[in-house]
Design a protein around this ligand. Structure first.
Ligand code: AMP
Length: 123
């Protein structure tokens, strides 16, 4: 399947500087900022600057430089937010089943408390 990127999504607007964000880290290819509705004491979103809809899109089509930069940025965020000792969770939602709200790849970096089990069983 070929993904179509919507450049009017809210993270594209953040990248263009059209709406503000609470930046944690910025590199050549990556931006990390605080989630506007945090679900844990630490809740940072890490996004590539390039137009990728979701993780597999990025993993298949991004350049090696973008992938290395993004991966290193996630590591730097974990370290900068002090999550190594207590642990953390990384989540990337995709599409309908993943209940993705914003169609620009982002990983959620969550920590600062015990986060509970990864998924709740369907009732
Ligand atoms: P997802 O469901 O994985 O697409 O998550 C989208 C996330 O983006 C949610 O956790 C929102 O709280 C967050 N979000 C939406 N708008 C903004 C914004 N302007 N700044 C920071 N985070 C946002």
């Amino acid at each position: 399947m070929a993904y179509t990127y919507d450049d009017q999504n809210i993270f594209a607007k953040i990248l263009r500087g059209e709406i503000p964000n609470a930046t944690v880290l910025e590199t050549e290819h990556t931006l990390a900022f605080r989630d506007i509705q945090p679900q844990a004491p630490v809740h940072v979103l890490v996004i590539p600057k390039g137009p990728y809809v979701c993780y597999d899109h990025f993993a298949r089509e991004a350049s090696d430089a973008e992938i290395v930069d993004f991966t290193r940025a996630v590591g730097e965020v974990v370290k900068a937010e002090g999550l190594q000792e207590g642990g953390y969770r990384i989540i990337s939602n995709a599409g309908e089943a993943g209940v993705q709200e914003v169609p620009h790849l982002h990983v959620h970096v969550l920590g600062g408390r015990v986060l509970g089990r990864m998924l709740q069983r369907a009732g």
